[in-house]
Write a protein that binds this ligand. Sequence first.
Ligand SMILES: NC(=O)c1ccc[n+]([C@@H]2O[C@H](COP(=O)([O-])OP(=O)(O)OC[C@H]3O[C@@H](n4cnc5c(N)ncnc54)[C@H](OP(=O)(O)O)[C@@H]3O)[C@@H](O)[C@H]2O)c1
Length: 270
Amino acid sequence: MNQESNSFPSDSMDSNTPVMLVTGSARRIGAAIVRAAHKQGYRIIIHCHHSQDEAEYLANQLNETRSASAAVIVADLAVVNNNTTLDVFVKNIIGTFGRLDVLVHNASRFYPSPIGYINHEQWNELFLTNAKAPLFLSQALLPYLKRQQGCIVSLLDIHAQDTPFSNYAVYNMAKAAHRMMVQSLALELAPDIRVNGVAPGVNVLPESDSDQALDDVKQQDIIASIPMQRIGKPEEIAHSVMYLVQAHYVTGEIITIDGGRSLTLAGSGF
Ligand SMILES: NC(=O)c1ccc[n+]([C@@H]2O[C@H](COP(=O)([O-])OP(=O)(O)OC[C@H]3O[C@@H](n4cnc5c(N)ncnc54)[C@H](OP(=O)(O)O)[C@@H]3O)[C@@H](O)[C@H]2O)c1
């Protein structure tokens, strides 16, 4: 725990260039958000935990396109459990480019927790990544976001409200808490900081060799349940994140990006 380091190019871009931090952004949806924001001129802080190689590779690619435009910070989000380690994390974030304009809460853990088998470890990890870290990180970064009249965008889930994903009670509960954080903070932080969310349906299937994997039957059932008849693309989530970043009169909004899947969910499972 609390492993932490950062790496960033020494020459800096124009200090007026806005900065976005995306948690858990070395791969998949987070990396798509990073690429979309970079294309639109943002300087990017790629946060990761285990995927440092992928994060450095992505940062190098972005820095080749525009020098000194991307940096990597490595940290277990468990840093938020302790004020001292959280302070170090925040100093690292702000020390990277000297400012923060957009905070994207993307990092997450996602695995089943069937009732009867739920333990404290699962509860702590699923709530840490999907609810506690977003709240404590938002709180710690408030002064910097306020200075820039910045915004927060949270990656939520269509299963965070009314239509739970079967056997994922703890994940569903944690994302529901995160969803309410978006709405609560939108109210509390206006007019200085806008807070919005994106609720994906199924946009990238969990990797088949990971502990998050879904079996073939479940995957086929999911695809069959999507009116658009395909899973989404990470770029489609990134597109909505960038819309919310630029929508200056939108706060407390949660955009569903699910190919219509929520329309077919009866309220339990798929
Ligand atoms: N994929 C989908 O279709 C889908 C559907 C609904 C909602 N969402 C939401 O959209 C977001 C992105 O989805 P995704 O599937 O791309 O996410 P993901 O691959 O499951 O996770 C993103 C990253 O979270 C990081 N992470 C996990 N635990 C961490 C910890 N303790 N400390 C620091 N980082 C940690 C990991 O970083 P490292 O690899 O560096 O360890 C991981 O790469 C998530 O919030 C997810 O819940 C996704």
